[in-house]
Design a protein around this ligand. Sequence first.
Ligand code: 5AD
Ligand code: SF4
Length: 422
Amino acid sequence: MKYHIIVFGCQMNIADAERVSAVLESMKYTQTANINEADLVAVVMCSVRKSAVDRVFGIVEKFKEIKKKNHGLKTILTGCVIKKDKKIFLNLFDYVIDIKDIKNISKLLGNCGSSRKSGPQTDNYLDITPKHSSKFSATVPIMTGCNNFCSYCVVPYAREREISRSSSKIISEIKNLVKNNYREIWLLGQNVNSYKDGKTSFPALLKIINNIPGNFWIRFTSSHPKDFNSDVIEAMAKCEKITPYLNLPIQSGDNKILELMNRHYTVQEYKNKIKELRKKIPDICLSTDIIVGFPGETKKQFNNTVQLFKDTKYDMAYINKYSPRFGTAAAKLKDDVTWDEKKRREKVLNETLKQTALENNKKYIGKIVEVLIDSKKDGRLFGKTKEYKTIEINNDKYQIGEIIKAKITEALAWSLRGKIIK
Ligand code: 5AD
Ligand code: SF4
């Protein structure tokens, strides 16, 4: 029996998909990259933007075609699904399963795999040992869910309230990954800063992980600025394995919009945190998430975001056009910024970002950086620096998954070029 898996959305969804794969493989399914030869297709969906949901409807159309030839094809939907969409998708998929219940897939399918053994038995689905999709970079979810209810966001409805994983399970998982030569560990959660297991807070967890012997990098995402505090900054500064990179989503550079978004911080408070961070970790690289065209966002308010970009000099930003989501507080507001204007704002911000990113990258010329190689093509190596910058190196003697040293020879806005240091 073969399964094909399709994933949409963020790293958390990819981590979820690795658990879905593990459950299916414990039922003796094997993975296929070819949807046409699959007996089972699992879709891990994202609901954050309407476009992501529309892509699932696109796939359903494809299923209809395949089912004409392959009548036995079974389809499963899981991931971030909101109640309203669940009702619709129940008619379009054979099964719609809450991500927390994926260990029950075998029961649900009537154990139609060749094995009678049921899936891994654990309470928190995050404790299912995943089938990692990479041999050198692993995601380790430390918490899931969200209590914040930002007014535009569907995540608290799709993933429900925050739950943290047990720190001992996280630590033994990471020890095992390090033993297996994983070089990059991504700690994941909707808001990693609110991680809590008894007395173990997020900064405490970082310190414990940093003390695990081995040559590996620690990265984490995502952080809510209201919970990102001096203790985390101190842990980042002290722990040599934590990479000098942070994604700190501000969403808007205007205080009124931040209030309407229910974000619980001001632009000044955010900037103060960045200032403290840069003081303690001068070589830190920064990225952020932005929503342009939030209901009622005026040109002046948008320009405050442009100004923030100029002041903060980000290395990267994930710029999203506002998309109303059913059930959220913002969906009740009039979505009055036209799609064309949203596109224009996105473009303006991208141009601003391009300038600061290029300026920042130029500072690396002549410097030596550490690189984790993630691919090879046409005699060249590609990878990410510790600062999470994409780099291209004219050499292919090294292997994917190796950490090497390179000297930067050229800087572009979205990437660096370098040569190997002997
Ligand atoms: N519309 C547009 N972007 C959104 N995001 C979350 N909800 C929405 C929405 N309704 C963006 C935010 C968040 C990222 C994961 O997706 O910027 O940080
Ligand atoms: Fe959504 Fe806000 Fe929670 Fe992030 S913190 S998942 S944006 S509600």
